[in-house]
Each structure stands twice: as structure tokens, then as C-alpha cells.
Design a protein around this ligand. Structure first.
Ligand code: FAD
Length: 340
């Protein structure tokens, strides 16, 4: 059980800046995200695209913004729990018990939901037998590429992820790239590379094919793929990778006893608390009159929610308002060296 002042659900820009605001008022937090990386929509949906409306930054990409936010919270040495979805929350003795999909448990007086449009989940194969092999021989993301070394890997999909992994793994694995169409959606440079690798016998490509069955007992033995015109091929492979993009699902948040308004969580704009004491919602997931789904709004909401958390985390203390420019306490929390 991890005890902390605040659990933040979501490591998008809003969750990250809220962590900063908690840090400067002296509260500890733990951050959980279902994705295997930090940055939410900015990193998952538009890492290379320029953003022009972050205050005082005339232009930065989604990735640059994320890196800056990570840099800004470095002094607080925060723990991230990535690749874990928050499944369940319950109230015990005026504290919240939070459980994730990997059975990590937290005990905290506060939860800040910065869940954006919901948790990002990979789109999966429709075939039910795939579930049996998921995480062992069937994967929707790559965490450790060394397991594929010298193995036969079937990669499904037509976008950048499928193409990039086909290129990368063709160095040390036998790769079969399968796509249900003839045209790939990825960058032209990656498409050209994949075609060149095929020409040089470094990988095989099957277009107009889809996965129809996976067979094996403990481990995967072979798969069948079916052509649009009905022809079926049986292939012996060790691993299957599916890259079909992500879907966003509000998921378990639906069942936490929170008031909801069309997949959004209504909050009061004084401290961004929900209808449940000690549960706050900020960023794209919250709603109130005049809400703008912009990163800058999420920053403001995170600053006020952090102050809202203080009263539950330190019920016997009064929070003093302080500027970062002049407060020695805040500066010491940030690790700023002063002359005093
Ligand atoms: P998100 O960035 O969505 O992050 C939420 C995170 O919570 C996700 O990583 C998700 O996996 C996680 N999560 C959700 N539920 C759970 C759970 N149960 N357990 C664990 N993790 C969970 N905004 C601007 O201000 N300027 C722009 O120019 C701009 N351009 C954009 C361009 C595009 C293409 C898109 C799609 C959006 C753009 N936006 C822009 C909007 C901006 O990206 C969002 O407002 C912002 O990302 C919201 O941040 P957030 O932290 O609230 O949520």
C-alpha cells in the first residue's frame, strides 16, 4: 500500500502541472497513467505538431511541452506508475483506496482525476482466442524488443507503428507484415523503407489479408490469415503484434459514484472538487459553465485543485499564499540555491 497526499490519475499536461503545484505547496503525489509514456494526448496524438497557445511560449511541439513539464517537476522526485489503469476506488476511514490493473494500491485523502478523454486503450484483434495469448505471444505495444530476437514475428497494421516496428525488428527477427489494405497509412519514407526491405528479402508483406485464427497451447504455434478473396494462409510464427491505433475509453471512471455529464465530470470552479469529497477533476475530463478544452485551462484548474487537496492532506494547517519569486520555503522545495 502506497501512502501519499494525492493520487493523480492521468499523466497528461494537466496532471503534470498539477503535480508541480502540489509540490510547491509541500504535498506529495503519485501519478498513474494507463499509457506506457508520460504526456497524454500531446505525446500520443501529436508529438511533432506545433502548439501556439501555451502562455509565454510562442511555439512548441507536443513532445517539447511534455519534456518541459517533466523537467519542471524533477525537483519533487515523483513516482510514475505507467501502463497501469486505475480500476477501482473506495472510501475507507475518510481516505481513498485506489487500485490499479496491476494490483498496485494507494491510500490517500485526495484523488485528482486528470483523465482527459479517458484512458487510451489499444484497438485489439476481434478474434477471441487472441486474449489467451495476450501479453505472452500477442502484443499491442513493444516494451522489450529483445524478446523478438531471432524469432518469427507477424506484425499487423498499416500505420506508422506497424511500419516502424517492421523496419526495426527486421534487423534481428524474421518479420511478416500483414495489412488488410494495399495502401499503408504511414509516412512515405517508412513505406519506401519497408518496400525496399521486402525487395531485399529482409521481410515479407501480405496485403489484403486479416488475421482469422491463432493456434497453440502454452505458446503460440501458428496463425491463419485470410485474403479478401477468401484464400487462407497458415503461418508458423512465435509472436503477433497488432498496431491498429488507440481508442479512448472513460472506462472504470463511470463506476466511481461521480456525477457525470455526457462523459465529463461536473466540478465547482472554486477548487475543482467533484460531488465526492476529496475527489477533484481537472483538464479535458471536467466540465463547468464556460469550460475551454485547452491546456492553459487545465493548468489553472490544476493549481486550484492542488490548493483544494491541502485541507484534506493537512487538516490542522492553514495554507499560506506565497509567490515562487519571493518565498524561500517554495524555493527550497524547488531545490533553488539562495544566498541566505
Ligand atoms: P490528456 O492529455 O488526455 O491525458 C489524460 C491521461 O489520462 C491519458 O494519458 C490517459 O491514458 C490517462 N487516463 C485516463 N483514465 C485513466 C485511468 N482510469 N487510469 C490511468 N490513466 C488514465 N490544446 C491546446 O491548448 N492547444 C493546442 O494547440 C491543442 N492542439 C491539439 C491538437 C490535437 C490533434 C489534439 C487531439 C488536441 C489538442 N489540444 C490542444 C487539446 C489538448 O491536447 C488537451 O486539452 C490536453 O491534452 C488535455 O490534457 P489532460 O491532461 O486533461 O488530458
Amino acid at each position: 500500500m502506497i501512502n501519499t497526499d494525492v493520487v493523480i490519475i492521468g499523466a497528461g499536461p494537466t496532471g503534470l502541472f498539477c503535480a508541480h503545484q502540489l509540490g510547491i505547496i509541500g504535498l506529495k503525489c503519485e501519478i498513474i497513467d494507463n499509457l506506457d509514456k508520460i504526456g497524454g494526448q500531446c505525446i500520443e496524438l501529436y508529438p511533432d505538431k506545433p502548439i501556439y497557445d501555451i502562455p509565454a511560449i510562442s511555439e512548441c511541439t507536443g513532445e517539447e511541452l511534455t519534456n518541459n513539464l517533466i523537467e519542471q517537476i524533477k525537483p519533487f522526485n515523483l513516482n510514475f506508475h505507467l501502463g497501469e489503469r486505475v480500476e477501482e476506488i473506495k472510501n475507507e476511514n475518510q481516505k481513498w483506496i485506489i487500485k490499479t490493473s496491476k494490483a498496485t494500491q494507494f491510500n490517500s485523502p485526495n484523488i485528482v482525476i486528470a483523465g482527459g478523454v479517458g484512458s487510451f486503450e489499444p484497438r485489439k484483434f476481434f478474434i477471441q482466442e487472441c486474449e489467451k495469448f495476450e501479453g505472452k505471444s500477442v502484443f499491442y505495444s513493444v516494451k522489450d524488443k529483445t524478446i523478438f530476437q531471432s524469432k518469427k514475428v507477424a506484425i499487423f497494421g498499416g500505420g506508422n507503428s506497424a511500419l516502424d516496428w517492421a523496419i526495426e525488428l527486421s534487423n534481428s527477427s524474421k518479420v511478416i507484415l500483414v495489412h488488410r489494405r494495399d495502401e499503408f497509412r504511414g509516412d512515405q519514407s517508412s513505406v519506401d523503407k519497408v518496400k525496399k526491405l521486402e525487395k531485399n528479402g529482409k521481410l515479407e508483406i501480405f496485403t489484403y489479408y486479416q488475421l482469422t485464427s491463432v493456434k497453440g497451447n502454452e505458446s503460440l504455434e501458428n496463425i491463419e490469415i485470410k485474403h479478401n478473396e477468401g484464400k487462407i494462409k497458415s503461418l508458423k510464427v512465435d509472436y503477433v503484434l497488432g498496431f491498429f491505433g488507440l481508442i479512448m475509453q472513460l472506462g472504470p471512471i463511470f463506476n466511481w459514484g461521480l456525477n457525470l455529464d455526457k462523459k465529463h465530470i461536473p466540478v465547482n470552479t472554486e477548487n475543482f472538487e467533484t460531488n465526492q469529497k476529496g475527489i477533484f477533476a481537472i483538464g479535458d475530463i471536467c466540465t463547468y459553465p464556460g469550460k475551454l478544452k485547452l491546456i492553459l485551462s487545465g493548468f489553472h484548474e490544476g493549481a486550484l485543485a492542488a490548493r483544494g487537496c491541502f485541507k484534506y492532506a493537512r487538516p490542522d494547517e492553514k495554507l499560506r499564499f506565497e509567490f515562487t519569486t519571493t518565498s524561500k520555503i517554495v524555493q527550497s522545495r524547488l531545490g533553488v540555491k539562495t544566498n541566505d
